[in-house]
Design a binder for this molecule. Structure first.
Ligand SMILES: NC(=O)CC[C@H](N)C(=O)O
Length: 261
């Protein structure tokens, strides 16, 4: 039985089809579900094994990228979503989906280990790119070996995939928060160079100014993961124009699907 995957679509989402294709290639059974189907009760989060929030411009990035979708998640689905997360099922947020999870307080959640966070307890956010413009380029991504999200351990090689965002700059509220993210293994991905070394904040290796070259994080339970790059947009082996053997993003979806089998 192929793992069922809910791929959430809200007005403005635009990477759901690619995410569904990636999940199919990885052996999953994706279904793109409009948020209004969930609001009408025609579909329920709990009926799926994996939840994926894809990229795009949900609600036109009004109030800041991901904010309106975060409000939907918080206002209409707070208890259902927190139950999904607390059940330990995997949740993956890609770019706009990552922004929504962070702004809804589901990533990284409270750093003191008290359950799942809320919008009011956000220790981090994703904000405007440091250079003040949209970034659309290929990057190299490495999984943090200390990441709590155990299913990422299968990704032992660099991933080569694109970013395409205006508000991908991951920032935290203070140094103590950054130290806690690092110490708790909540940093999941970093922007790196072709040799796998951290970007050191150097543009364009780090395309948006994210602190500590953080490209993605996970929650303390390790089942909620978010990243700004788009692994679904590099699924097939291609001649890497940068000349590095960065793997396709398909490996990430294969690890995600395998984590529930
Ligand atoms: N590709 C995306 O998901 C973009 C996310 C968001 N619209 C931004 O520009 O930051």
């Amino acid at each position: 039985m192929k793992p069922s995957i809910l791929i959430l679509h809200a007005s403005g989402t635009n990477r759901d089809q690619e995410a569904a294709r990636a999940c199919e290639l990885a052996g999953g059974a994706p279904e793109i579900v409009h948020i209004n189907q969930l609001r009408r009760g025609e579909r329920r989060f709990q009926d799926y094994q994996i939840l994926l929030l894809p990229g795009g411009f949900s609600y036109g990035d009004a109030l800041g990228a991901g904010t309106r979708l975060a409000l939907d998640l918080h206002v209409y689905f707070h208890d259902e979503l927190h139950a999904f997360v607390e059940s330990g099922k995997p949740v993956l947020g890609i770019c706009n989906g990552f922004q929504a999870l962070v702004k809804a307080g589901l990533l990284p959640g409270p750093l003191d280990g008290t359950g799942n966070g809320d919008m009011a307890t956000r220790p981090a956010t994703l904000t405007e790119n440091a250079r003040g413009h949209f970034e659309c380029r290929w990057v190299h991504l490495a999984v943090n070996p200390q990441a709590r999200a155990g299913w990422l351990a299968a990704l032992d090689e660099l991933i080569f995939c694109p970013v395409a965002h205006g508000e991908g700059n991951f920032q935290v509220k203070d140094e103590a928060t950054l130290a806690a993210l690092e110490a708790e293994g909540l940093v999941a991905f970093r922007y790196v160079d072709q040799g796998g070394q951290p970007a050191g904040g150097q543009y364009p290796l780090n395309p948006n100014g994210s602190v500590a070259d953080i490209a993605g994080i996970c929650n303390r339970a390790g089942n909620v993961v978010g990243l700004m790059p788009h692994p679904e947009d590099h699924l097939l082996p291609i001649q890497n124009p940068l000349g590095s053997p960065g793997r396709s993003g398909l490996a990430l979806f294969q690890a995600l699907v395998a984590s529930v089998q």
